[in-house]
Design a protein around this ligand. Structure first.
Ligand code: NCD
Length: 360
């Protein structure tokens, strides 16, 4: 049985195949209309969402399946103090597949270790968001017809933006990729993402605060919202919230075939004056997300009789004597969850939390 917790769990071949299935769904929707007849998807969303939850639900309905939904933490037993493990075991009795969004980093991973059905990470804190990456990949494919030889600018909150982390992790596996990381000093890409997916792989990259200067070389510009809910201080958010606002004048030096992307919701990062520009792709991304989630649900439901994959911790060098200091880690709220760290960089003796990837 397969889960999707981190986009790295999907090989390039599997990502290509999800894109092909999504393209086939777009071309032949009727062929898929009964594909999940009798199956139930549980959407467990402990954090706000419009697109991700509704696109999962629309995806399941369009496959002929049904949906059970928890749309806020306050409306489920989480509000009574139930653990993620118990929730996952419970929902496994009712549904065939789970999509979970949670403010705590590593929560869907913990769910996958306890559920008897496939679990999909629909966004965990400021950590990962693999299914947004699926939407992004189909969009890049449909716009560019290639995944290699692209210069990708990522702009805004690269620190807390989970969509950015998952997208970099996926794109770093294609050849000829260059990343331009555009953010204020305070919102730079976390060091583990930069190390694991950029510097360690020898990928070309540049860090800058200047969006306009970076514009001419970009094939893709991925704008992001400053993630207010992840800031420890409201003052700090207020200071940084308007760091980048894309207006038509800032596109003057841009390529004529630039693809302007954004996972949405936008606050003010992209002026509505850009919405009619043929280079704007963000509403196409929304629709592409539904098709990729249909392809993913099909793939994971097909995997239920396969032997379980190796877990994150099997075969790795682990330590159980360290404590995770990340306030957003699932270990801070799940009382009996063991703190487990794995060795990720032998040379420098770096251990990272298996749930949220924070350094020991
Ligand atoms: C993103 C998320 O939730 O991380 N939204 C989405 O799922 N499309 C981006 C965001 O909230 O800024």
């Amino acid at each position: 049985m397969r889960h999707l917790i981190d986009i790295q769990e999907m090989s390039i071949e599997e990502l290509d195949s999800l894109v092909s299935v999504a393209e086939d769904i777009i071309a032949n929707p009727v062929k898929y209309a009964d594909a999940c007849r009798g199956k139930k998807l549980a959407t467990l969303f402990f954090e706000p969402s419009t697109r991700t939850r509704l696109s999962f639900e629309a995806a399941m309905y369009e496959l002929g399946g049904n949906v059970l939904s928890v749309s806020s933490a306050g409306s489920s037993s989480a509000a009574k103090g139930e653990s993620i493990a118990d929730t996952a075991k419970t929902v496994s009795c009712y549904a065939d597949i789970i999509a979970m969004r949670h403010p705590k980093e590593g929560a869907p991973y913990v769910a996958s270790k306890n559920a008897t059905i496939p679990v999909i990470n629909a966004g965990d804190g400021g950590h990962n968001h693999p299914t947004q990456t699926l939407a992004d990949l189909l969009t890049i494919w449909r716009e560019k017809r290639r995944f290699d030889n692209l210069t990708i600018g990522l702009c805004g909150d690269l620190k807390f933006g989970r969509t950015v982390h998952s997208l970099i992790s996926a794109m770093s596996r294609y050849s000829g990729i260059k990343f331009v990381l555009i953010s204020p000093e305070e919102l730079k890409l976390p060091s583990y993402v930069k190390y694991e997916f950029i510097t360690e792989k020898g990928i070309e990259y540049k860090e800058t605060t200047d969006l306009v200067a970076a514009m001419p070389e970009l094939d893709v510009l991925y704008m992001t919202r400053v993630q207010r809910e992840r800031f420890a201080s409201e003052d700090e958010y207020m200071r940084l919230k308007d760091s980048y606002i894309l207006t038509p004048d800032k596109l003057e030096g841009a390529k004529s075939d630039l693809s302007i992307m954004h996972p949405l919701p936008r606050v003010n990062e992209i002026s509505v004056a850009i919405d009619d520009d043929p280079r704007a792709c963000y509403f196409k991304q929304v629709l592409n997300g539904k098709y990729m989630r249909m392809a993913l649900i099909l793939k994971l439901l097909e995997s239920v009789n396969e032997p379980c994959e190796k877990g994150n911790e099997v075969g790795d060098e682990l330590r159980y004597d360290l404590e995770c200091k990340n306030a957003r880690c699932i270990t801070t709220t799940e009382q009996e969850l063991p703190h487990v760290f794995k060795l990720v960089d032998k040379e420098n003796g770096v251990y990272r939390c298996i749930y949220c990837e924070s350094k020991a």
